[in-house]
Design a protein around this ligand. Sequence first.
Ligand SMILES: *[C@@H]1O[C@H](CO)[C@@H](O)[C@H](O)[C@H]1NC(C)=O
Ligand SMILES: *[C@@H]1O[C@H](CO)[C@@H](O)[C@H](O)[C@H]1NC(C)=O
Ligand SMILES: *[C@@H]1O[C@H](CO)[C@@H](O)[C@H](O)[C@H]1NC(C)=O
Ligand SMILES: *[C@@H]1O[C@H](CO)[C@@H](O)[C@H](O)[C@H]1NC(C)=O
Length: 440
Amino acid sequence: MHRFIFAIAYICFLISRGYAVTVPPPSQDSWYRQPSDIGRYSPGDVIRSRHVAPQLESFLSFPANVSVKSVTQYLFRTTDNLRTPVASVATLIEPFRADSSKLLGYQTFYDSASVDCSPSYTLQAKNDDPEFAMRNLNLSVDIAFMASALNLGWWVLTTDYEGLNAEYTVGIQSGNAVLDSVRAVLRYGPEEGLSENPRYALWGYSGGALASSWAAEVQPAYAPELDFAGVALGGLTPNVSSVFNTIHNGVYAGLAFRGIYGMAKAYPNLTQWMEQELLPLKSEDFFAIAGGCNGDGTSQDLYSFFKNGEASFKKAIPQAVFRWSGQMGIHGTPTAPLFIYKATSDEISPVADTEFLVKQYCSRGVDVEYHRDLVGNHETEAITGSASALEWLYDRLDGNAVVEGCHTEDVVLTSLHVRTAALLGEVIFSILQSTVGGML
Ligand SMILES: *[C@@H]1O[C@H](CO)[C@@H](O)[C@H](O)[C@H]1NC(C)=O
Ligand SMILES: *[C@@H]1O[C@H](CO)[C@@H](O)[C@H](O)[C@H]1NC(C)=O
Ligand SMILES: *[C@@H]1O[C@H](CO)[C@@H](O)[C@H](O)[C@H]1NC(C)=O
Ligand SMILES: *[C@@H]1O[C@H](CO)[C@@H](O)[C@H](O)[C@H]1NC(C)=O
């Protein structure tokens, strides 16, 4: 009895100190285990669910108050890129004073080929090193925008879209998982208080946009019953081949290591290619870098780990996989209206690839509002562009119709509307503003 009371007191102490109760990482948590009869479930079926403590460490360590009332997690069935049934995890967050008719599916840029970097875990875990944070910005941008959405009273869903196998950069897997997480939450969310018939939208930047845009593309064929009020996509990477060309060395090279590893895990022939092409003496180093979380950088050149350098990447197998699994615009036509934002000098994915994608969508009748930011780069756009995206999503979740057709706008930072500050909330606005050196 004494020990029991002590345990309770200790947990209360931990909570009052603002520390989340220690949670095991997914690789060591049996809750994440995929059942052997996964094939008997239909896409979007919930295999199991659980409530986790609403004291999410990522929000507690964020320097603003974030409204979180309850958190539910679902292990649900989805379909990977080879059409195999697999499981994945979704986290549904209910704010205080929630508007039960509004649901935002926010995909984080967790950009990792390790399941232990999945948001269902990193949101809860105590992270002294901010794995979610963007390089050089002492702030998790994903956390700031999820916080704003929660403080607006929206339900927020965030999905481990790479699946339990952490298949980073694999488009179809990511898109399917996002769609099935929405299916799961539309079915089971009402038990938690979500409306039976909410308006819902998707949002993501960079890796989060990869998942969201593939979801928008495969939705008509894979989940035709879903009806998104809108999809906001920032810092898009429509062509992974050209991203590899751009970032195989330099400050973003870590993304390239994790990307090729994530993709190899999804394609047996690419795994074989990697086994043949990796330099045996460097393979241990390769996997050490490729297995990291976002934020773990490297200054090495990805191509220098392969026997034939860049030529290894020009072989038939990687080229075939990249053309199919790393190219947006060829797997379907989104039915949802889109808000696309991109800095013209983005240093990860050349703006020309995004322009090409926007043209393709427009020629096929998609409603697109495209903001081409003439100032800033991949990191600053994550803040300045996302602030406008929040405003666009606010209108979509309010039920306001989009302006039909395609509209391209060249924007500079000053074109930010006054209303945006109010939507972000004063505290979050000023945190973001100081992060980008007053550019907001
Ligand atoms: C959070 O809310 C509390 C209680 O309303 C308030 O005292 C505190 O100043 C707020 N903190 C921030 C960073 O806004
Ligand atoms: C981030 O934090 C470190 C250490 O606190 C500091 O030296 C650095 O200037 C900060 N960077 C930015 C962009 O604020
Ligand atoms: C994707 O990028 C590669 C490498 O730059 C290029 O060869 C290919 O044509 C691009 N594909 C499309 C559809 O733009
Ligand atoms: C590699 O495997 C994928 C998926 O099975 C297939 O689409 C692709 O054509 C294969 N590539 C080559 C060059 O065999």
